[in-house]
Design a protein around this ligand. Structure first.
Ligand code: SF4
Ligand code: SF4
Length: 374
């Protein structure tokens, strides 16, 4: 049985200790950082920086609390993410979303270089073989995984497993290309992007989101630079007509994320990784989309644990039990009390990623939720 500490998002007294940042300080105290991190040791604070239009990320004030807690041990934190759009643009996104050295209290750096090619192949498993883990994640001895929990068009639920799998793996390996990058999770088989001219409205949303400017429309036909393509699926995810798809099967996708997460964690010694899940701003879609729709579930609170599977199961259980928010995608999906909101919005077998992570020995689904309130 693993322990997951939880503080609610509700604040009932006009006192700092009852505020969300104040409660996060108390939660972090439960993880005894001084016994995990040593003086001058580098500690990655992994998060998602968002996108030009997706601003509902973990706020800088929360990241600052994590950074300060790490610093209090004498260790040296840095805030990091991997290249989703080209590095200089992504640093600009981070800054626009309020994440910089001044706000976070630590350097904000890309884990896989400006071009997203600085990664090291790590043995993963039967689905992926080897996978390209971002070099700064691979080489750093300790990590605090800060995750904004939310829905996801492919994954159904996006939490800490996905933050490790997609978030700590590069888009492409310098020598081996996309097949060793996160595209290996998104695209199954030899076929690349499939375009259906009968469904296409030529809105060009797919073209606009491609980080590599790979897509072209000429004389009423779609084309893309197949050799350069990361197979990241950003283009297919924004296609609302179903005209552009990447060959993918749900089960392989869910299991491959657990496999990639296991590969990332294999680069750390036991006890050196802590998970902080922020059940806030629970939007229907990922932070990498070009927009952030209104939340479908009210803010729930924060969970912290050193057991990946437990914190993920506890988070998903809490989100499943929460009521739907009005005036949101949940209302449009005609969700009734008792419905699994995330599943109704993105019907994917999301429990599979957690089941597989447990099967791979990344933790246990049996957890005790310990409520920490001032
Ligand atoms: S997003 Fe879809 S509908 Fe729009 S141009 Fe691209 S393929 Fe066509
Ligand atoms: S999958 Fe689509 S968005 Fe991603 S690199 Fe290839 S063409 Fe661009």
């Amino acid at each position: 049985m693993a322990t997951v500490y939880f503080s609610t998002a509700r604040t009932l007294r006009w006192d700092y200790h009852h505020s969300v940042p104040g409660k996060l300080e108390a939660l972090l105290g439960k993880m005894t950082f001084s016994e995990r991190f040593t003086k001058d040791e580098w500690v990655a604070v992994k998060m998602h920086w968002g996108s030009h239009g997706a601003f509902r990320i973990i706020p800088p004030v929360m990241i600052r609390k994590v950074v300060d807690a790490v610093k209090a041990t004498g260790a040296k934190p840095f805030v990091t993410d991997t290249v989703r759009i080209m590095g200089l643009d992504y640093i600009d996104v981070a800054n626009q979303n309020g994440l910089n050295h001044l706000s976070c209290g630590a350097p904000v750096v890309l884990a896989d270089g400006l071009y997203g090619r600085d990664s090291i192949l790590v043995k993963a498993g039967p689905i992926l073989g080897d996978i390209a883990v971002a070099s700064a994640i691979h080489d750093t001895p300790a990590m605090v995984v800060c995750t904004h929990t939310k829905g996801h068009i492919n994954a159904g639920y996006a939490g800490a497993i996905k933050n490790l799998a997609m978030g700590c793996v590069s888009s492409s390996h310098r020598l081996e290309g996309w097949k060793k990058g996160r595209g290996a999770m998104h695209c199954h088989g030899e076929l690349g992007l499939q375009w259906n001219p009968e469904l296409c409205t030529f809105c060009e949303q797919c073209k606009n989101v491609c980080p590599l400017h790979s897509i072209e429309f000429k004389d009423g036909t779609f084309s893309y630079h197949e050799k350069n393509c990361w197979h990241c699926g950003r283009c297919s995810r924004v296609c609302q007509e179903g005209a552009l798809t990447l060959p993918q099967d749900d089960e392989t996708f869910q299991k491959s994320m657990a496999e990639a997460a296991a590969a990332v964690l294999s680069t750390f010694k036991k006890g050196k990784v802590v998970y902080v899940n922020f059940l806030f701003q629970i939007q229907p879609e990922c932070d990498c989309m070009p927009v952030a729709d209104v939340p479908v579930i009210q803010d729930q609170g924060m969970m912290i644990s050193d057991d990946l599977v437990a914190v993920e199961q506890a988070s998903l259980d809490m989100l499943r039990a929460a009521p739907a928010l009005p005036q949101s995608a949940a209302e449009e999906a005609q969700i009734k009390p008792g419905d699994d909101i995330l599943f109704k919005i993105n019907p994917r077998p999301m429990q599979l990623q957690i089941d597989e992570a447990e099967r791979l020995g990344l933790g246990t689904k049996k957890y005790e939720l310990v409520r920490i309130e001032p």
